[in-house]
Design a protein around this ligand. Structure first.
Ligand code: AMP
Ligand code: ZN
Length: 486
């Protein structure tokens, strides 16, 4: 449910998104009036998602907010991969879910439950609106996947090797279209991926061909396996997105999102499967976010430079500092994570919250639209220019020419599209007045004020340290003294 009570105001600014299909910015309008369907490739729930893995969902939430603000009903799906994603990211190696199960001595479904739970908690901490999102599990859609593979087989798009049933990419002439690459280039990407594979399947006709159904190894009981017309086994990784997108959102959807690493293989494979069956476009807009890096290298579990949201909160920073940091850059630009940059983002967000809390009182919570609020919305509609929107927000807060109600209108507009808890900042980070402090701290502060009055600065400083040791930072300012919980 769109959580804002006011009806979104009509704003004439067009919505422009960069479509990976064309490589250009295009004006967005959905296929069906008033409704947008959107599918985002989701996590493999065999381990915790690192902060790089979380960027795609902040990105997709921002798209959904912009569309909801424009009055659209946004129908969303994020799939939960709980089978079939092999460690090589191609068709070989162990299943990540079984790796997780072995590591923790649990069943795959227990691993899935544990890490889906942590993932959903992280989304909530990042103020991602999840109530309208469906989170289907791949294991709950095995029948739909089998049906789609049967349709592909009936149309002559498959062949069999000793380890599985494969999609024959030579039967889909447009293969590799996404990302501007031609077939040869996409196959090259696939070959590079193959280079990392544990062992190559020599029976594959082309390097880019990929598994639709993998057979369970003979004589070994796999913890996750299903009967199928081709033998007992499990679905390939790519087919789940094609099957679930069709089952839950229809044959052609408006927007499909994911990380840029998905362009060459995973998304071209989804297109090949879905469009071979339906003979219609799978998605009208393909949108991809760039990587979060550390010292210039992609954050990744396998590189061992992974950082988690829980580490950021353990560091004493608010989880939304991560959202603030990511919104400070364009989604198609990589962001290099450093502890200095996240601390600076946290500091900026705390300052922003203090400003918006004061402004709310001055405006009595009444918002008025102005050129400034309309401009902010227009800017985010321009291919999610969130950094520019943040700059406009700061400008509006410091702009004496705006009335408090107009400035509050800018804050409300920013909140609708940026999701930074600007209209309801967390209470514990806001400055406290003397009366709101615990009584023993109030007593210390009264003594400190008395010491300052008699110009006994040594005692005043000692008392300030006492107050700080009790957990409150003291800020003496022109409008009085404020106390901030440390
Ligand atoms: P994976 O579990 O590797 O499939 O990743 C889940 C999602 O996170 C995918 O959409 C990836 O493209 C994305 N992703 C993975 N690593 C990063 C990263 N370092 N920065 C941004 N996105 C990433
Ligand atoms: Zn996918």
């Amino acid at each position: 449910m769109w959580p804002f009570t006011r009806k979104p105001k009509a704003n004439q600014a067009p919505i422009l998104f960069t479509n990976t299909l064309s490589g250009t910015k295009e004006i967005f309008a959905p296929l069906r009036a008033g409704v947008v369907s959107m599918y985002s490739c989701g996590p493999t729930v065999y381990a915790k998602q690192h902060i790089g893995n979380l960027r795609p969902y902040i990105f997709a939430d921002t798209i959904a907010r912009i569309l909801a603000d424009a009055g659209y009903h946004v129908r969303r799906v994020i799939n939960i991969t709980d089978v079939g994603h092999l460690v090589s990211n191609a068709d070989e190696g162990e299943d990540k879910m079984l790796v997780g199960a072995k590591r923790e001595n649990l069943r795959p479904e227990e691993i899935a439950e544990r890490y889906t739970g942590i993932f959903l908690e992280d989304l909530t901490l990042l103020n991602i609106l999840t109530t309208d999102i469906l989170f289907p599990k791949a294991t709950e859609y095995v029948n739909e996947q089998i049906e789609m593979i049967k349709a592909l087989e009936a149309k002559g798009h498959t062949y069999r090797t000793k380890d599985g049933l494969y999609f024959d990419t030579s039967t889909f002439p447009a293969y590799g279209r996404l990302g501007g690459g031609d077939v040869a280039q996409t196959r090259e990407y696939a070959l590079a991926d193959l280079g990392r594979r544990i062992k190559e399947n020599k029976e594959k006709k082309h390097a880019a061909d990929f598994a639709l159904w993998k057979f369970a190894p003979f004589g070994v009981e796999r913890l996750q396996e299903w009967p199928s017309p081709w033998g007992t086994g499990f679905p390939g990784w790519h087919i789940e997105c094609s099957a679930m997108s069709k089952a839950l959102l229809g044959e052609t959807i408006d927007i499909h999102t994911g990380g840029m690493d998905h362009i060459p293989v995973h998304h071209n494979n989804e297109i090949a499967q879905s469009e071979s069956v339906s003979e219609r476009p799978l998605a009208r807009f393909w949108m991809h976010e760039a990587f979060i890096t550390m010292n210039g290298e992609k954050i990744s579990k396998s590189l061992g430079n992974d950082i988690y949201l829980s580490q950021i909160t353990e560091h004493g920073l608010h989880p939304l500092s991560l959202r603030y940091l990511y919104l400070g850059a364009h989604y198609r630009t990589p962001v290099d994570f450093t502890w200095e940059s996240i601390e600076a983002a946290n500091e900026a967000l705390l300052r922003l919250w203090r400003h918006t809390a004061t402004l709310k009182k001055e405006a009595k919570g009444i918002a008025q639209d102005s050129e400034a609020s309309r401009r902010l919305i227009a800017v985010v509609r321009e291919d999610l220019s969130t950094a520019a929107a943040l700059a406009l927000l700061w400008e509006a807060i410091n702009d004496d020419e705006l009335t408090p109600k107009e400035a509050w209108g800018v804050v409300e507009a920013a909140e609708r599209v940026l999701g930074l808890m600007l209209t309801n900042p967390p209470e514990d980070v806001l400055p406290k007045t003397l009366e709101e402090l615990p009584s023993h701290v109030q007593e210390l502060e009264k003594q400190r004020q008395a010491a300052r009055k008699r110009k006994d600065y040594a005692s005043a400083d000692a008392l300030r340290i006492n107050i700080e040791d009790s957990g409150y930072r003291v800020e003496d300012g022109p409008s009085g003294t404020m106390f901030i919980k440390k």
